[in-house]
Design a protein around this ligand. Sequence first.
Ligand SMILES: [Ca+2]
Ligand SMILES: [Ca+2]
Length: 399
Amino acid sequence: MVTVISRWRSIHLFALASLLLASVGLLAAQARQRPAQQRPDPPPPPLEKLKVPAGFKIDVYAEGVTSARQMAIGPKGTLFVGSRAGGRVYAITDADGDHKADSVKVVASGLTSPSGVAFRDGSLYVGAISRVLRYDDIESKLDAPPAAVVLTDALPTATHHGFKFIAFGPDGLLYVPVGGPCNVCERLDDPRFATILRMKPDGSNIEVFASGIRNTVGFDWHPTTKELWFTDNGRDEMGDDVPNDELNVATQAGQHFGFPYCHQGNVPDPDFGAKRPCADFVPPAQLMGPHVAAVGMTFYTGTMFPAAYQNTVFIAQHGSWNRSVPLGYRVMAAKVEGSKVVSYEPFVEGFMQGIRSTSPRGATADTFARPASVLVMPDGSLLISDDQQGRIYRVSYAK
Ligand SMILES: [Ca+2]
Ligand SMILES: [Ca+2]
């Protein structure tokens, strides 16, 4: 009797296991057959959860912009968007002027993390890790984009902190950063690491403009002082609260901002701090919070927002990973007077809904968007790129 029961049990178990295996095989086959482009769109974002100051409104401007990072605008109103994953540069148009995109086109593909974009004299410039590329007369050729002119392909190839944000300065030079290829390291072998470089628009005369910068992926020039302001991401693995990400001001060429020796102006690095004191370096203009991942930034130069926002710095914060309580995932507003910050407050909050999971190295936030960069549109609205779900948000103001 015992034998019969156990035999029946074995048969049942065998049948059950076969059924499971068959199901798994079927699911795998279905997954293989399903083309990637037929994946369902992400659900619409819960815009009602976003907090903006009184009088402001936030909407979705564009979708389907996978891994959207830096944005640049052409004189005909085309929005160009670089991306970190997927290798593409996008061109977005709003032909009917209702402040929602009508068309999202791919104008370059197959590039290595073309996250940085700038526009100048009819040409689109793209920063893709070790290369800077130029696409001439592109705004009239969106359906048949020209081949890239390679301005340089000799920047460091390290992808760790190699993702670019690029912009033209008031001096007409193109500014291109190269992050430190590490959490913290001293790379005396190549003085281009942990710097902001600048070059002529044809890619020649590459020189170091500022050094001691761990990883900047956001900068802009003050509209009246013409000084360069830039974000810098602080190092990890020193705990929840140290060091802060920095907002810095370069008042002249050749300044050193501390990395890897000194963080946030007053915290010597545990490994490299004994080599050079904090007093040797330019301290930040503003501490922005630990691990917030301050990335793209812009001065506000439009006329749509109230006058108090003139020359305010908007800063996209991608959000923490190396912190037990997530921080960031927002757009901040820093009001400045001369080279000083006089206030630093949230401008758009609510992309983070809570905590998804935790590990010994930090909590993963539950988010529906991660701000990557910001851009002032010609009408004075502010665009925010989201590289999590590939959207562009638009913040507008009405009295
Ligand atoms: Ca439209
Ligand atoms: Ca610094």
